[in-house]
Write a protein that binds this ligand. Sequence first.
Ligand SMILES: Nc1ncnc2c1ncn2[C@@H]1O[C@H](COP(=O)(O)OP(=O)(O)OP(=O)(O)O)[C@@H](O)[C@H]1O
Ligand SMILES: [Mg+2]
Length: 224
Amino acid sequence: MKVRKKGIFITATGTDIGKTFVSALLVKYLRKQGIHAGYFKPVLSGAEKKEGILIDSDVHYVCSTARLEKNAEELVSYAFEPAVSPHLAAKLENKLIKKEKILEDFLRVSQEFDYMVVEGCGGIVCPLRLDEDPLMLADVIQMLKLELMIVASAGLGTINTVVLTVDFAKKHNISIQGIILNHYEEGNYLHEDNRRQIERLTGIPVIALVRENADEPEFCIKFG
Ligand SMILES: Nc1ncnc2c1ncn2[C@@H]1O[C@H](COP(=O)(O)OP(=O)(O)OP(=O)(O)O)[C@@H](O)[C@H]1O
Ligand SMILES: [Mg+2]
């Protein structure tokens, strides 16, 4: 599969695992290295809006953390207010998620940057449209031709969720660059063992560790 080198698709082992927190640190890190890095979020649910304009979202968090001076609306294709799965949020708002619009927006935004960090929604299995013409998040990842970065919690339960995520991605021919362990504590024997066993069971490297309230990721392997 052809892979676009200058970017990464951030997924996680589930919702609320830290995709936005980690994406913000990655964009901030790359920009500090002098790489003109940008951010894009194809589909957002649970958006806070005022008079139709996004006022708080993952996009706002990343832009303010990474000092990315962009209008949030330009960095997202679909933003829905209900905090539910995108296929349901779109249905509740009488909208249809179209992959052509996501591709068009992504290509427009990526023209402005040298490296794109794209944040998914939920985990790797995330329906965007479940009608006669279904669309899953995995279809979008394949369409954007980006490698995957999997954000996972360093704690209990992560071996199961990481292995399932890696297996699903491989089954869908999605290349995986690595895994980032969030909420990692040095010296915590569970976290340290999880790190080793995940690499052993999946063959995928842990690229970085992110501590509680970290200002930057701790890279184990060169990134960017
Ligand atoms: N390393 C960390 N240190 C402190 N807080 C964190 C860390 N990682 C995540 N959080 C917090 O946990 C919450 C969930 O994280 P985040 O919003 O990044 O998850 P997400 O995977 O992007 O969720 P969603 O699926 O809704 O997009 C947020 O309040 C975030 O600030
Ligand atoms: Mg998020």
